[in-house]
Design a protein around this ligand. Structure first.
Ligand code: 5GP
Length: 191
C-alpha cells in the first residue's frame, strides 16, 4: 500500500505579528513536523542560522534557481527575494512527512494553487496600531524597510479572507495553543 502523503501547512501573518515565535514553540511540540527552510536574498539577522532559518543566497544564485524551476513559489518584496524549494516540499510529503512553511500571504495563495490540499493558517494582530508598536519594538529594520513592511501588512490583512483558518495573536500562549490544536487536526484528523 502506498504511504499516506504528508500535509502541507502554510502559516502567514503580517511582519511583526509574532508568527516566528509561535512557530518555534509549535515545532518544539511537533518534532514530526518539518519546517520548510526557504531561500532568501536578505541579510542574515544576528539570531538567525544558515540552513535553519533560511538559506541565505545572493540575488544571482536566486535568479538561477528561478530559471531552473527550483521554487514552488517565490516572491520579491522589501527589495529581497524569498522562495520555497519544490524538492524540499515534495521529498517530505511523498515520504509521509508533513511540512510547515512560514511564508507571506501571496506565497501561501500561490502554494494553494499548486497544492490545493495545502492548509493555510493566517495569524493576525489584535489591531493595526499594535502591529506598528511591535514592529518598532523589534527594531530589526531600518526606516525604509519598516515603512515597506507596514504598507505590505495593510495589503496582507486585506487578503486574509482567502485563508482556511485564522488565529488572533493577542495573548501569545492562547495563539500558540489554538495553532497547535489546528495543526493536530490537520495532521491527524479529528478534533
Ligand atoms: P522576514 O524577512 O521577516 O524573515 O520575512 C519577510 C516575509 O517573507 C515574511 O512574511 C515571511 O513569512 C516571508 N517569507 C519567508 N520565506 C518565504 C518564502 O519562501 N516564500 C514567500 N512567498 N514568502 C516567504
Amino acid at each position: 500500500m502506498a504511504n499516506k502523503k504528508g500535509a502541507i501547512i502554510a502559516v502567514s501573518a503580517p511582519s511583526g505579528t509574532g508568527k516566528t515565535t509561535i512557530l518555534k514553540k509549535i515545532l518544539k511540540d511537533f518534532p514530526e513536523l518539518i519546517f520548510s527552510v526557504s531561500a532568501t536574498t536578505r541579510k542574515k539577522r544576528e539570531n538567525e542560522k544558515e540552513g535553519v532559518d533560511y538559506f541565505f543566497i545572493t540575488e544571482e544564485e536566486f535568479k538561477k534557481k528561478i530559471a531552473d524551476n527550483e521554487f514552488v513559489e517565490w516572491e520579491k518584496f522589501y527589495d529581497y527575494y524569498y522562495g520555497t524549494y519544490k524538492s524540499f516540499i515534495e521529498d517530505n510529503i511523498n515520504n509521509g512527512k508533513s511540512v510547515i512553511a512560514e511564508i507571506d500571504v501571496k506565497g501561501a495563495l500561490s502554494l494553494k494553487k499548486i497544492y490545493p490540499e495545502a492548509v493555510l493558517i493566517f495569524i493576525y494582530p489584535p489591531s493595526f496600531d499594535e502591529l506598528e508598536k511591535r514592529l518598532k519594538k523589534r527594531n530589526t529594520e531600518n526606516d525604509a524597510d519598516f515603512k515597506k513592511r507596514i504598507e505590505r501588512a495593510q495589503m496582507e490583512l486585506r487578503l486574509k479572507e482567502k485563508f482556511d483558518y485564522f488565529v488572533e495573536n493577542k495573548v501569545l500562549e492562547n495563539a500558540v495553543s489554538e495553532t497547535k490544536s489546528l495543526i493536530k487536526k490537520i495532521i491527524y484528523g479529528g478534533k
